[in-house]
Design a protein around this ligand. Structure first.
Ligand SMILES: [Zn+2]
Ligand SMILES: [Zn+2]
Length: 390
């Protein structure tokens, strides 16, 4: 059923990427589009105040149309939104949500399956909706063309967007002053993913040496979480000198620049536990060679947590089963840090208030129309976490 009423809004629109040689983000433009104001069951109309940029936004708008991926263009990404409720659709179950309330946005889950009911929404079989979204969530300004959206149930790269109830976390009791709402925007994806990989998946503790590769927002959140967990050694790894240079400020006890190392696996092993290798390795790079070296570098009994994904449609890890058995190592996939946003976001806000999760030190704000500068600064390492303001 097509929406009966719409209203214009500004959005970052991604057009179809070139099949070869595409530069992530080069297909993004700011445009006026139409957003439905006739809400369906379980939907809310949210006016965005801000949205973090996450690598998944770049990844998902870099995939050309393919028979195996029902992704259509143009589309609106954005999945670290923060804003205000402007309208509430029929059958929204959370009766505490009120028009005007501040909210943080996270990922979609069906709310009805057994895993959702058990409080593990990131294991929901409908998780794929987050990536695929809806092909006709918006319309072009002339009303003639469908624009895909509902990315992570939110598509927060639009000033106004229709958001699924499961993606909404009330921020009414989380923010102490209005400016905090935009700072907390990335909690809904990147920051809870990084922190959850250490605290929820690896369940790190004092006895652990933790190594984190890729020192963007996700990686630094993992480092801050390892410090919260009291890990005796925390090693930050990257190839960008400015990122390597800053990780100690967030709790790393050691920093390692792995650019041009002839034996990556050997160097990673050497850098942790006096040469025994890390007990926990969090890879946020998604680079196959790094993941392979990380696996090899693990201490006996160690855990490799795979957090980053490559834009490559096929990505494999080569594992010798006997080696895995004799070393008793584990490889674990991580989506959203195994966290339930309703529970984990307030926990992270508490750590922020205690000064143990200093996300303000890694965040740079940009006007939404300056998204190209934000992408440039993220790429160069000048900014760690970019947040766009609408
Ligand atoms: Zn993300
Ligand atoms: Zn579910």
């Amino acid at each position: 059923m097509s929406p009966t009423t719409t209203t214009p809004t500004r959005a970052i629109l991604a057009s179809e990427p070139k099949p070869q040689g595409h530069i992530p983000g080069s297909n993004w433009t700011i445009q006026d589009i139409l957003v439905p104001t006739t809400l369906k069951d379980g939907e809310l109309l949210i006016e965005m105040l801000a949205s973090g940029i996450c690598h998944t936004d770049l990844l998902i708008t870099s995939i050309p149309r393919h028979p195996h991926y029902p992704i259509t263009y143009p589309r609106v990404a954005g999945h670290e939104g923060a804003g205000y409720i402007r309208a509430i659709g029929p059958n929204v179950r959370n009766k505490d949500l009120v028009v005007g309330d501040p909210v943080l946005l996270s990922y979609y889950s069906c709310m009805d399956c057994i895993t959702c009911k058990l409080g593990r929404p990131n294991h929901c079989p409908s998780f794929g909706y987050n990536v695929i979204g809806q092909p006709d969530a918006f319309k072009s300004a002339d009303g003639q063309t469908d624009v895909a959206g509902s990315f992570f149930g939110q598509s927060s790269f639009a000033n106004l967007s229709v958001v699924k109830e499961s993606s909404v976390v009330s921020a009414k009791n989380l923010i102490e002053k209005p400016e905090e709402l935009k700072l907390f925007a990335p909690l809904g994806c990147g920051l809870q993913t990084g922190a959850g990989s250490v605290l929820k998946i690896a369940k790190a503790g004092e006895g652990d040496s933790v190594m984190v590769s890729g020192l963007g927002g996700v990686g630094l959140a993992a480092i801050m979480a390892a410090k919260i967990a009291g890990c005796h050694e925390i090693v930050g790894v990257d190839i960008n000198p400015s990122r390597v240079g800053r990780c100690e400020e967030f709790g790393a006890t050691k920093a390692l620049n792995t650019q041009n190392l002839p034996d990556l696996a050997g160097s990673l092993k050497q850098a942790a536990n006096d040469g025994r290798g890390p007990d926990i390795f969090i890879d946020t790079t998604g680079v196959s060679a790094v993941q392979q070296a990380a696996y090899k570098s693990l201490a006996n009994g160690g855990t490799l947590v795979l957090v980053g994904a490559s834009p490559d449609p096929v990505q494999k890890l080569d594992i010798d089963v006997r080696d895995m058995m004799t070393r008793c190592v584990k490889v674990v996939g991580c989506i959203m840090g195994d966290s339930n946003p309703e529970v984990f976001i307030p926990e992270l806000v508490k750590y922020y208030r205690e000064g143990r999760f200093p996300i303000d030190r890694m965040t740079t704000f940009y006007k939404a129309e300056d998204f190209k500068t934000a992408l440039h600064d993220m790429h160069s390492g000048e900014t760690i976490k970019a947040v766009l303001e609408w």
